[in-house]
Design a protein around this ligand. Structure first.
Ligand code: NDP
Ligand code: HSE
Length: 440
């Protein structure tokens, strides 16, 4: 008679937080238990949950799952192999994650703010302790972009990344432009649907996209996350009329996160931008995210999927757990370096000067008299700002310039503001990378 195969021990997971992400993680782990086990090579068991409102978790989890109200106790608990951090915030979450690492536990987190602000310390602690920090869920939730950059595109010099990486702001923009909803109504709905951060100004102010961009750039270019180097502007100042003008000029407005390497320096920026209406990024709507990556061998690749949501985020959390289980079966603690580069190769990037950035720009100018339009065009021409597209009504001129440096457009805007009977109402960048799906 053949001996029955040994049962590999379960990977014991402890979950911090039982909100949108935490409850989704529990739901996917239990609902897809058998498939996850078959793929991981061992069971992945949720043994413990720690959260502030313990009653909510107790009502959902099986009786054999311990529910604590002290996240720190879970972080050091001997019956936990991996701590899933789904609480959010940067203070308590940081303390719990560092405590878990100090106790030799792996960490999986959906918390981009935590890693963008404290990633260097957390990744370094994990390296020193020989444990891993998984964060696929922290960037563009259901899109496996961390895996794509760290593994699938490993052969490439990455030239640029341009993407829509905040589901809430994309939901708000889509509602404003397609359904004519107000900014406030659309944001309230995104909050009710569980897409927004606890502090939604992070979503609409561009901060959340900046957190994600800092992480993407770290993996793509090989250095610590550089949140301080990200130029950030949000969508909170956009007016409904700019969606109409942009559409007439053949564009959609999106909140873009761009990381681009040029002449050895890295440019990191988050801002609303006009993208060509027939481009792939213009068609990323609602809470969806879309990310384009240009590698010097792969050319342009594009990734699309839900950018926020409970089970969608859980999909990425569980993927990190399965990676861990597989590595453990092969006797490895850490399968792939957290940032995709070996420690000795990680270098702080040289950051480019923002004033030198050259892009096209959309301007909307209010005119007291129709003749003011000619004055605007003359002023722009005198200051070396070419105009490639424009449409004038009696009291409004909307136009798109040719490529000019930030410093030049800033000087031109100052000159326009000094004209009588002319008010600059909007200035947005136009992003041509977004239309680069042909690989060019
Ligand atoms: P929620 O507010 O829905 O859930 C947070 C959970 O953590 C709640 O159960 C909350 O308890 C608990 N909690 C918060 N602080 C503490 C604390 N100090 N001690 C104990 N428990 C605490 O947030 P989300 O699930 O939406 O987000 C969690 C993390 O995941 C954040 O970092 C977020 O950025 C990230 N994320 C969110 C996504 C989404 O679509 N929502 C997608 C990707 C990442 P209580 O119920 O009592 O408030
Ligand atoms: N608030 C975030 C968003 C959640 O809307 O994109 C996903 O990271």
């Amino acid at each position: 008679m053949q001996a029955s195969p040994p049962h590999p021990p379960a990977l014991r997971a402890g979950l911090l937080g039982f909100g949108v992400v935490g409850s989704g993680t529990h739901s996917v782990l239990t609902g897809n238990r058998d498939t996850i086990r078959a793929r991981a090579g061992c069971p992945i068991e949720l043994t413990m949950v720690a959260t502030r409102t313990a009653s909510r978790a107790r009502a959902s989890v099986q009786a054999d799952v311990a529910v604590l109200d002290d996240p720190m106790a879970l972080a050091r608990h001997p019956e936990v192999d991996v701590v899933i951090e789904a609480m959010g915030g940067t203070t308590h979450a940081r303390a719990c994650v560092l405590e878990a690492i100090a106790h030799g536990k792996h960490v999986v987190t959906a918390n981009k703010a935590l890693l963008a602000e404290h990633g260097e310390e957390i990744f370094e602690s994990a390296r020193a302790r020989g444990v891993s920090v998984g964060f696929e869920a922290a960037v563009a939730v259901s899109i496996p972009i961390v895996k794509a950059l760290r593994e699938g595109l490993v052969a490439n010099e990455i030239e640029w990344i341009a993407g829509i990486v905040n589901g809430t702001s994309n939901y708000v923009l889509t509602q404003m432009s397609a359904a004519g909803r107000s900014f406030a109504d659309a944001l309230a709905e995104a909050q009710a649907l569980g897409y927004a951060e606890a502090d939604p100004t992070l979503d609409v102010g561009g901060g959340d996209a900046a957190h994600k961009l800092a992480l993407l750039a770290a993996i793509a270019f090989g250095g610590p996350p550089r949140l301080d180097a990200v130029h950030v502007e949000g969508i909170d100042g956009l007016q409904a009329t700019d969606f109409l003008h942009a559409r007439r000029l053949g564009h959609a407005i999106k909140l873009l996160a761009v990381a681009q390497r040029a002449e050895g320096a890295l440019q990191l920026r988050v801002h609303p931008a006009l993208v060509p209406r027939d481009s792939l990024l213009a068609r990323v709507d609602g809470r969806m995210n879309g990310i384009m990556v240009k590698g010097n061998a792969s050319g342009v690749t594009m990734y699309w999927g839900a950018g926020a949501g409970s089970r969608e985020t859980a999909s990425a959390v569980v993927a990190d757990l399965v990676d861990l289980a597989r590595a453990r079966r092969q006797g490895a603690q850490v399968a792939v370096p957290a940032l995709g580069f070996h420690d000795a190769a990680l270098q702080p990037p040289r950051v480019g000067v923002f004033a030198g950035l050259c892009l096209r720009h959309y301007l909307r100018v209010a005119l007291d008299q129709p003749e003011g339009g000619a004055q605007v065009l003359e002023t722009l021409a005198r200051l070396g700002v070419p105009v490639t597209q424009g449409a004038q009504g009696r009291h409004t001129l909307a136009l798109i310039t040719g490529e000019v440096a930030e410093s030049r457009i800033t000087a031109a805007l100052d000159a326009l503001r000094a004209l009588d009977g002319v008010q600059v109402k909007a200035r947005l960048r136009v992003e041509d990378l977004a239309g680069a799906a042909d690989g060019g």
